[in-house]
Design a protein around this ligand. Structure first.
Ligand code: HEC
Length: 274
């Protein structure tokens, strides 16, 4: 018995050590700052005002290069907009709609059921406009760059912190000894520290509809919130369901405990069970 406990203990220590070492070896010299997110934690909810500002940043700045292929306009009601506001928002876009009698492409206004149009018609066009680099689609980026570690949570990387990191940790000049490839910019958060995207935001780049001062940090925070929502629009439903399941299971556990006690009440230790 003692041997078994010892062996299990040894295995746990080796596994934990391996995980920590694997993570340490992937470390860059820079560490991502952890930000406070109202939507984090088991009871977290999205900050709707931040989501609306983030949408404005996406539309006015990022949408020039980054697509958002999996988000339809109708889903924007989750950001606190009414159905009419979403309709008006959608109608600012134009979509090709067949051809007219002369063979020319016809256009129609966007409808709530349409998806955000991509800025480039193809990957080749996107790369040609960005010195060979491909601006990734934003639909899942907020989640796909996440690396959560169960055993060493302090090493976890959250998608929103990564996005804020990318947007706010550019260096005007590469540190001493680092040679940047042509067209590249030095960025602390990007793996390898060389990114093809030029710094996309700066103070007062947008004028927020709600009057919030548009500092660089604020813009980064808002667009990261919006991108996280785009990647997981049903987060609040998931958390609410999780909570209900835990409450249900807790009550069930208590009931089963008493049922178990009652069922075995009359059986004494050493009784023959058959
Ligand atoms: C002029 C075009 C352009 C604009 C505008 C732009 N980006 Fe980018 N972005 C790029 C390109 C190109 C890359 C790919 C960089 C690379 O692979 O080196 C990129 C990469 C990124 C990445 C890193 C993705 C990854 O693979 O991990 C993030 C995050 C990002 N952009 C966020 C934004 C946000 C947020 C905005 C708006 C505030 C924005 N970008 C505006 C061109 C752009």
């Amino acid at each position: 018995m003692l041997k078994l406990v010892k062996n299990i203990g040894l295995m746990v220590i080796i596994a934990l050590g391996g995980i920590t070492m694997a993570q340490a070896s992937g470390d860059s010299a820079y560490h991502l700052k952890k930000n406070d997110w109202p939507h984090a934690g088991p009871f977290g909810k999205f900050d709707k005002a931040a989501l609306q500002r983030g949408l404005q940043v996406y539309k006015e700045v990022c949408a020039a290069c980054h697509s958002l292929n999996m988000v339809a306009f109708r889903e924007l009601t989750a950001l606190g907009y009414s159905a009419d506001e979403v309709k008006a928002f959608a109608s600012e876009y134009e979509f090709a709609d067949g051809v007219n009698d002369d063979g020319d492409v016809k256009y129609r206004k966007g409808l709530p059921q349409d998806y955000f149009p991509a800025p480039f018609a193809s990957e080749t066009e996107a790369r040609d406009s960005n010195s060979g680099a491909l601006p990734p689609d934003f639909s899942l980026l907020g989640k796909s760059r996440e690396h959560l570690s169960m055993f060493t949570p302090w090493n976890s990387i959250y998608g929103e912190d990564y996005i804020v990191g990318i947007l706010t940790t550019y260096h005007e000049e590469a540190p001493h000894g680092v040679v940047l490839a042509e067209g590249m910019h030095f960025n602390e958060a990007f793996p390898g520290n060389q990114i093809a995207m030029a710094p996309p935001i700066s103070d007062d780049l947008v004028e927020y509809a709600d009057g919030t001062p548009a500092t660089m940090e604020q813009i980064a925070h808002d667009v990261a919130t919006f991108m996280y929502w785009a990647a997981e629009p049903k987060m609040e439903v998931r958390k609410a369901m999780g909570l209900k399941v835990i409450i249900y299971m807790s009550i069930l556990t208590i009931l089963l405990y008493f049922v178990n006690k009652r069922v075995w009440k009359k059986v004494k230790k050493g009784d023959d069970l058959v």
